[in-house]
Design a protein around this ligand. Structure first.
Ligand SMILES: Nc1ncnc2c1ncn2[C@@H]1O[C@H](COP(=O)(O)OP(=O)(O)OP(=O)(O)O)[C@@H](O)[C@H]1O
Ligand SMILES: [Mg+2]
Length: 185
């Protein structure tokens, strides 16, 4: 995080707005798991009912690290693990957290059948790992975050490309990404 003197980690923030689709996007750099957790915590602190965080990235990219941060920011005190075998775990914090892992979904229609993406999400916060496997089935309004490990750099570096669709998620992204840079290291 950027501290008062020397930055412990560098967050690059390049925001841009694309009209008229109510969409904003940007790129951050995380220098380690603590940075990614801090970003998740900031999202959790600013999340509102109906927040959908769609996480995309390869195995080990850091999706669960970020999801655990969101839970922490929501005040969840139960253990948050990847819900790979049950598709979704629920946790109670300031809002109800629905933590989905779509890795093993062979057909997105199964997610609907399993009641994963029903009206309950509107009352709480959904964090969805492997969200690209639910392509076309996710709520249109969401904060989409893609984590990548750039080749040739320190293996703890992640690029975090985000796209916020809809006014509420734009507001969330703006507040959270400003906030996470201000968190004490
Ligand atoms: N900058 C970083 N951000 C997040 N995790 C990092 C970072 N650098 C190293 N790591 C490490 O990478 C691993 C990320 O694991 P995590 O379970 O979050 O990945 P994942 O994307 O959820 O993978 P999977 O698809 O297998 O569930 C952890 O061991 C974490 O410590
Ligand atoms: Mg995971």
């Amino acid at each position: 995080m950027i501290g008062p003197t020397i930055p412990a980690a560098l967050w690059v923030y390049i925001g841009c707005r694309m009209e008229p689709a109510m969409m904003a996007s940007g790129l951050l750099t995380s220098d380690g798991p603590d940075d990614t957790s801090a970003l998740g915590r900031a999202i959790g602190r600013h999340a509102t009912p109906g927040t959908v965080v769609a996480l995309i990235g390869e195995l080990g990219a850091g999706k669960t690290v970020l999801a655990k941060g969101v839970a922490d920011g929501l005040g969840v005190r139960t253990v948050v693990n990847s819900p790979t075998f049950v598709l979704m775990n629920e946790h109670l914090g300031r809002l109800r957290l629905h933590h989905v892992d779509a890795y093993r979904l062979s057909d997105p229609a199964d997610a609907l059948a399993a009641g994963l993406l029903d009206d309950r999400l509107a009352m709480g916060v959904a964090v969805i790992e492997w969200a690209d496997r639910l392509d076309g089935w996710l709520p249109e309004e969401r904060l989409e975050i893609r984590l990548d490990t750039p080749a040739g750099l320190n293996p703890d570096v992640r690029t975090i490309a985000w796209r916020a669709i809809g006014e509420a998620h734009e507001r969330l992204a703006s507040a959270a990404f400003t906030d996470s840079r201000g968190e004490p290291a």
